[in-house]
Ligand binder design. Structure first.
Ligand SMILES: NC(=O)C1=CN([C@@H]2O[C@H](COP(=O)(O)OP(=O)(O)OC[C@H]3O[C@@H](n4cnc5c(N)ncnc54)[C@H](OP(=O)(O)O)[C@@H]3O)[C@@H](O)[C@H]2O)C=CC1
Ligand SMILES: CCCCCCCCC/C=C/C=O
Length: 333
């Protein structure tokens, strides 16, 4: 009998999640039925949306999330033993899945990954996975950057933000990154960001005016809140905003209270669009192909913050909400 370790949503989150909210249990898994396979987690993704998704969760539910897993038993010809999948199995070490489990915008079906040992498996959760696709489609399809334009990225030293900034440089833009520590700002400078702002130490409005005296054309927003309002207030006519995330409010009860940016949207005729990356599932391979190409050309660098041990999932999630991570956060089982 295979035993799975599983984190379940035990108590509604208040602020940063703790082990009181996410309880570790053991589950005995049954034998496989036809069409099913058993997968063993290798890396689990740690993402801010896990905190933001909480209002949709029910008590006792397996905590949501995606992972790279190895198929160890199978009664499915589509998912043979020895192959690896990326799938939204949730926070669990072992999973029995069928070929077409229920999906929604935040929960994806298993997909075999073309693993040849040339890159770590964790990259299929980050630079070659969900966050890489978020950066690629969320920036290019929504901001539609033109050469010479000025782009601002918040959450700029995170998985998505650090990637967006590098695509913006590839597209010939001037890039300003906003992040929470000097070390993060120094790192993104090495990636090619032209200017950085440490929002915890600097006056963002003043620093942005100095970095972008001619205004901002594109804003890739990972954080929302007052930072978003400040950046939007300095945008040029016909600027584009990609509303990717609003992490500054994820730990708050109810809607965050921030200054409104609507007057700037109207008077400067700005376009703002929110998105969920799974909208682009049908053309996902376009992002992976280009991200691989840029990696090979040395134009796209990446970093991971790896937490060891499945039992430390809660601490890893708390870490990204506190800003402990640089680049993509993953847990190695
Ligand atoms: N729309 C979509 O389909 C998707 C959206 N997202 C969103 O993109 C954003 C970035 O995700 P991802 O790259 O995975 O995560 P990150 O790797 O950027 O990790 C989160 C970072 O957010 C920053 N942060 C935390 N609290 C605050 C705050 N109050 N104000 C400003 N920054 C804060 C921290 O960095 P610092 O030290 O700089 O504060 C932290 O390291 C998130 O908002 C996420 O929800 C991600 C994937 C898909
Ligand atoms: C192929 C793996 C897809 C995993 C789906 C998760 C989508 C998360 C979207 C995040 C939204 C906001 O933060």
């Amino acid at each position: 009998m295979v035993k799975a370790k599983v984190f379940v949503y035990a108590k509604p989150f208040e602020g940063i999640p703790t082990k009181e909210h996410l309880k570790l249990i053991e589950e005995d898994l049954p034998s496989l039925k036809d069409g099913e396979f058993l997968a063993e987690a290798v890396y689990l993704s740690v993402d801010p949306y896990m905190r933001a998704y909480a209002p949709r969760m029910t008590i006792g539910q397996t905590m949501i999330g995606s992972q790279v897993a190895k198929i160890t038993e199978s009664k499915s010809s589509k998912f043979p033993v020895g192959k690896y999948v990326v799938s939204s199995f949730g926070w669990r070490t072992h999973t029995i899945s069928n070929e077409n489990p229920p999906v929604n915008a935040f929960v994806s079906a298993p997909v075999l990954i073309p693993y040849d040992g040339s890159v770590p498996l964790s990259y299929f959760l980050g630079v070659l996975g969900m966050t890489g696709a978020t950066a690629y489609f969320g920036f290019l399809d929504i901001c539609k950057p033109k050469e010479g334009e000025t782009v601002v990225v918040s959450g700029a030293a995170g998985a998505v933000g650090s990637h967006v900034g590098q695509i913006a440089k590839i597209k010939g833009c001037k890039v300003i990154g906003i992040a929470g520590t000097d070390a993060k700002c120094e790192w993104i400078k090495t990636l090619g960001f032209d200017h950085t702002i440490n929002y915890k130490k600097q006056d963002v409005a003043k620093a942005l005016k100095e970095a972008a005296p001619n205004g901002v054309d594109c804003y890739f927003d990972n954080v929302g809140g007052e930072i978003a309002t400040t950046v939007i207030s300095q945008m040029n006519r016909f600027g584009r905003i990609s509303a990717c995330g609003a992490i500054s409010g994820y730990n708050e009860e109810g809607l965050p209270k921030v200054s409104t940016f609507l007057p700037f949207i109207i008077t400067n005729e700005l376009e703002m669009k929110g998105f969920i990356v799974t909208t682009w599932l049908d053309k996902w391979s376009e992002a992976v192909t280009n991200n691989v190409k840029w990696m090979k050309e040395g134009k796209l660098q990446w970093r991971e913050t790896v937490t060891e041990g499945f039992d430390n999932m809660v601490e890893a999630l708390a870490g990204i909400l506190r800003g402990d991570n640089t680049g993509k956060a993953v847990v190695k089982v």
